[in-house]
Design a protein around this ligand. Structure first.
Ligand SMILES: [Zn+2]
Length: 82
């Protein structure tokens, strides 16, 4: 009985680690695509629309779109406010 509880704890810990790895990967991907507000072509990301917690931006130069999380939208709000 004790062994099976230990096994459950190990499985639970592995699931948490996998979820953290996926979340970290998504965060890095968003950060790279966002690139401090600049598209890889040199254009600026312009806010287009939001879908639940995801914000969609379109490049004002090449028309490419990206989806980013709320944290980048917050940064844009601050930048625009200054
Ligand atoms: Zn672009």
């Amino acid at each position: 009985m004790k062994d099976s509880i230990n096994l459950l704890i190990i499985i639970f810990a592995i699931i948490i680690l996998i979820l953290l790895a996926i979340y970290g990967h998504e965060y890095d991907k968003n950060k790279n695509e966002w690139n401090n507000g600049y598209c890889s072509c040199g254009g600026h990301w312009k806010y287009e629309q939001s879908v639940e917690d995801t914000y969609i931006y379109r490049c004002d130069n090449c028309g490419k779109t990206i989806e980013v999380e709320e944290v980048q939208a917050f940064v844009v709000t601050i930048k625009n406010g200054v």
